[in-house]
Design a protein around this ligand. Structure first.
Ligand code: SF4
Ligand code: SF4
Ligand code: SF4
Length: 247
């Protein structure tokens, strides 16, 4: 039986998620045996345009990106958003809270006039249908391997829809909020094995919100910790820029 052909494509991002894929090392060897990788700019020089599964990294920010992602969608049977930039727009969506021309000027200076960008940064699913998303900034490489294996087996992939706090409690971490550090774990989707709080870093929400976050309770807790409404919005906007909550 022919192996499925797999391609990786990057749009606007830091390419850190593709790097995480390369970091899988031993586990990646299992997958490489089961698929043909035909396009993966960070790893190989081949540029195959015949593929079944497309992993998309990065956000859609230019008219050219829109055309390119639509062409990829037409070719691929399965489109997987890889990482926060592709999944929700990630950090890139911070630009949506600024004036586009001012943001361009800040980044490109006098060359800004040469760059045509969309009025808003878009996640991939705002332009084409996405079959599956692997969240995180960057992705969790173990989750990547697990999801790929499930996709190859034709299984229905389901990711956790409970908060990071659950994993944090499982690790018996002392809650950072009790020590005066603001943490978004209560409303952020788990699946990273509470990577940040395990190392005494607060969760900043990179996997996006759980489906039904208890926002009122979170905002009361954050207010009690001394945050103003503007402070809370600023923190939410870092990774929840896709959500109506922060509009
Ligand atoms: S999700 Fe984060 S690590 Fe991945 S490409 Fe975007 S900015 Fe980089
Ligand atoms: S440190 Fe963060 S993730 Fe852990 S229990 Fe406290 S709020 Fe939840
Ligand atoms: S703890 Fe929060 S910020 Fe850290 S990896 Fe997990 S979801 Fe992302």
């Amino acid at each position: 039986m022919a192996k499925p052909k797999v391609a990786f494509f990057d749009f606007s991002c830091c390419e850190g998620c593709q790097l995480m894929v390369l970091n899988c090392e031993p586990e990646l060897l299992d997958i490489i045996g089961a698929v043909d990788i035909v396009n993966f700019r960070e790893a190989i020089s081949d540029r195959g345009e015949d593929y079944d599964i497309a992993f998309i990294e990065g956000s859609i920010i230019t008219p050219h990106d829109v055309k390119r992602i639509k062409a990829i969608r037409e070719q691929a049977k399965v489109v997987v958003a890889l990482g926060a930039c592709a999944h929700t727009g990630g950090l890139n969506k911070l630009r949506n809270f600024q004036d586009t021309e001012e943001a361009k000027k800040e980044v490109y200076g006098d060359d800004a006039k040469y760059f045509e960008v969309l009025p808003k940064v878009l996640a991939v699913n705002e332009v084409v249908k996405v079959d599956l998303a692997i969240p995180g900034c960057p992705i969790n490489r173990f989750e990547f391997i697990s999801v790929v294996k499930q996709v190859l087996a034709g299984a229905k992939v389901s990711l956790p829809n409970y908060p990071v706090c659950v994993e944090c409690k499982y690790h018996e971490n002392e809650c950072l909020m009790l020590k005066g550090t603001i943490c978004l774990g209560p409303i952020t989707a788990a699946g990273c094995d509470s990577r940040c709080p395990n190392s005494q870093w607060p969760c900043t929400g990179c996997r996006g919100m759980i489906a039904n976050p208890h926002l009122e309770a979170d905002q009361i807790t954050l207010s009690k910790a001394g945050l103003t409404v503007q402070d809370i919005l600023r923190r939410y906007r870092l990774f929840y820029g896709y959500s109506e909550v922060v509009k």
